[in-house]
Design a protein around this ligand. Structure first.
Ligand code: ATP
Length: 239
């Protein structure tokens, strides 16, 4: 491990009741990287994110951020340490406007967020144009943007956990979302990207892990996995 490790998941196990879901899972995320976690349905990708976020307890092993143990902390304490999670369901409030959604997210932060609002609107001009629009009437891509924007408000974020940001989006919208992820990363946000769309994830990522029934079965630079046809087919069913 070098000094650049931002998050380290070290030999964790996770259970839901009697079911053992994650087995001796380790992964490491360097500061500034985009790391992809790919794998088939039910492999345990979401559970890994929930474990990092403190939502599903780990029964063994440890998770550290910047060297500090976080795996026994409450989700809000983990959030206060710069980790933000965007669940698969995106969690925008339909029935509230874009602006109201952002205000609610900012409210949980440290106050004095007005500047950050403008920063968010500069970064997401599509949201700026739609400040007064009901979030329920946004397109899937716009809702994903709003979810990302919400995740960036509140406590300062240096690690973003994204769960299937491409899900349900048309291909050209997936490209838009990919561009946003790349831009955020260029601005210094480290990203753990969970995807079933392995092609999209591996194109964005520096490093990749493949999860299969709760265990890591492959890790390598993302480009190496993307060009390994045998691995792509056997782990991910991509021909
Ligand atoms: P998907 O892409 O389908 O969401 P995933 O890789 O994210 O899959 P998880 O959602 O982490 O997988 O699920 C891993 C396993 O844990 C699955 O077998 C799932 O049925 C099981 N599981 C998930 N949540 C619970 C729960 N609350 N209680 C019991 N089992 C669960």
């Amino acid at each position: 491990e070098d000094g650049d490790t931002l998050l380290s998941v070290d030999s964790i196990d996770t259970h839901y009741g009697e079911s053992h879901i994650l087995f001796d899972l380790s992964l490491s995320i360097d500061r500034g990287d985009i790391v992809a976690l790919v794998g088939r349905n039910g492999a345990g990708k979401t559970t890994t994110l929930r474990s990092i976020m403190g939502l599903t307890p780990v029964t063994n092993g440890e998770i550290t951020k910047g060297g500090e143990q976080i795996h026994r902390r409450e989700p809000h304490e983990i959030r206060n340490r710069g980790i933000s999670w965007i669940p698969e369901e995106r969690r925008v409030f339909t029935g509230l406007t874009v602006e109201e959604n952002l205000r609610l997210a900012a409210h949980s932060g440290d106050g004095a967020q007005a500047d950050r609002f403008e920063e968010i609107y500069r970064r997401f001009p599509r949201l700026d144009e739609r400040r007064g629009q009901d979030a329920g009437t946004l397109s899937g891509g716009e809702q994903q943007m709003l979810a990302i924007a919400r995740a960036l408000l509140g406590p300062e974020t240096d690690l973003l956990l994204l769960d299937e940001p491409s899900e349900g989006l048309a291909p050209q919208i997936v490209d838009d979302v990919a561009a946003i992820i790349r831009e955020l990363n260029e601005e210094g946000v480290t990203i753990l990207l969970v995807e079933q769309n392995a092609e999209m994830a591996l194109e964005l990522a520096d490093y990749a892990y493949v999860l299969e029934t709760g265990a890591i079965v492959h890790e390598s630079p993302a480009a190496e996995l993307a060009t390994d046809r045998e691995a792509m087919e056997s782990y991910l069913g991509v021909k």
